[in-house]
Design a protein around this ligand. Sequence first.
Ligand SMILES: [Zn+2]
Ligand SMILES: [Zn+2]
Length: 551
Amino acid sequence: MNKKAIITSALPYANGEIHLGHVASTYLPADVTTRFLKLNGVEAYYVCASDDFGTPILIQSEKEGKTPAEYVAHWNKRDYEDFSAFNIEFDYFYKTSSPENIAFVQDVFTKLNDAGHIYEKEIIQFYCNNDKKFLPDRYVKGQCPYCQAEDQYSDLCESCGRVPDEIINPKCSLCGQPPTKEKSKHYFFKLKNFGDSLTKWLDENENLQKDVKKYVQNWIKSGLIDWDITRDISWGVPIPLDNTKVFYGWFDNHLAYISTAVKFLNDKGIDGKEFWNSADIYHFIGKDIVYHHFLFLPAMRLGINNEYKLPDYIPTRGHLTLQAKKISKSRNWYIGLKEFLGYYPADYLRYYLIAINPYSQDDLNFDWNDFATRINSELIGNLGNFVNRALGFTKKAFDGKVPEPKSFDDKDSETEQKIKNLATDVGSLMEQNHLDRALKKIMEFSSYFNQYFQHKEPWKNGPGTASCVFLSVNAVRSLAIALFPFIPESAQKIWKQLALDGNINELHWDEISVLGISSGHTLGEASPLFAKVEESEIEKYKKQLEPSEEK
Ligand SMILES: [Zn+2]
Ligand SMILES: [Zn+2]
């Protein structure tokens, strides 16, 4: 394992609140991974930034009578608060509109231009005579030229994931009128120059997801198109050669991964560039932005001679659906993160969203009934039950003092081996990004110990009682450490009930497999870790969602 890592996740667009779909695919997996790496002694930093530029923000800020800068400052703050309430622990949260990012973007552009990767071309730009404005990207809808899907944005087909060269039957998405075409001079990035080097990078990087790689390779084979990086609006990173235009948001936003990390590290007295180039780089994304992260982002870094190294991992996950329907903010079919955290503790959602989330592009579904079942049977029935049993029994039978184990029988030895294997069993899955399987492994461990405790019947106070209690209490300790990346608040609660010194995040992951509680240690107070998710509550939350569907 590389001893340095920088972790990023897709930047939240500063134009609305964070909802469950956002955290499921990117922020939560990135946070869990960062916590895991840190426990392994990796100098890992999780950096993020609000994505502040673009037409939707400009228009919305005008509507609200704010300057775009005021508008994005509001969402930057709000997003950060929501993430923090969910225990997404960024080392640094910054913004794409930072002076550091603006300077970096302009520098990258200049270097790409000097290297011959940029050219100017007069293009025909959609213009709406009704709304009296140029219509970039999201403001034009039509039919995808690749998969023929109707009603797609001109900058991204949500059906096939490709960026259309020219959309068929364009319509202004504001008023529905067909736009006219006006001439405008734009800058283009020669993505075509990078077909071979991108292919080489994809072939050589074993850590990239195989299924994603395969269709990106097919995109390259079917021919790359050059990329219009200019927009005729005022809110964006100014183009050095031309002050009437700004860069397209997808030219500047991923560069904020680098500019944000470098600023943060430099401020800490670490050479940011050197750190970046010697660290493992992780970019967590949802599958809707594969094109941008597997083609544009690496091509731009290749275009400036790998001054900043390419990513090692681009963990890509599917979209969250809600009650089996596509999440849509405009149709109000979504649950805000802040709203959800008003219903249940962060750990319930963290547990559920990891448990149902494979390391693949398959979509996953938030279902209220499934959520209730999993929390009640897995978190409470399995984990909470075991922890409470082991600690509660020690309290009752031994006045909270961990007894001296007698000689181990075969069952005890098998059980001890489970503890000794847990760090590796779970750790190897985590290293392969299989967070759901790792969590399942931990829950199987808990389930095993429930059965062991049941089988040993320590309440009968037979000869095996002391060994059973000793091993069970140690298993609770192992669980607390192993669960820390997933459900940090509950893990810390367990730690407190065990009355152990220090903080979990100061330990090493390998401590999971150490029998770290000695006989004679006195436990703290045992109390239930979780409260049942009631069906009546679930029905209420489901109803709150139902009427909004018709809006
Ligand atoms: Zn398409
Ligand atoms: Zn219009």
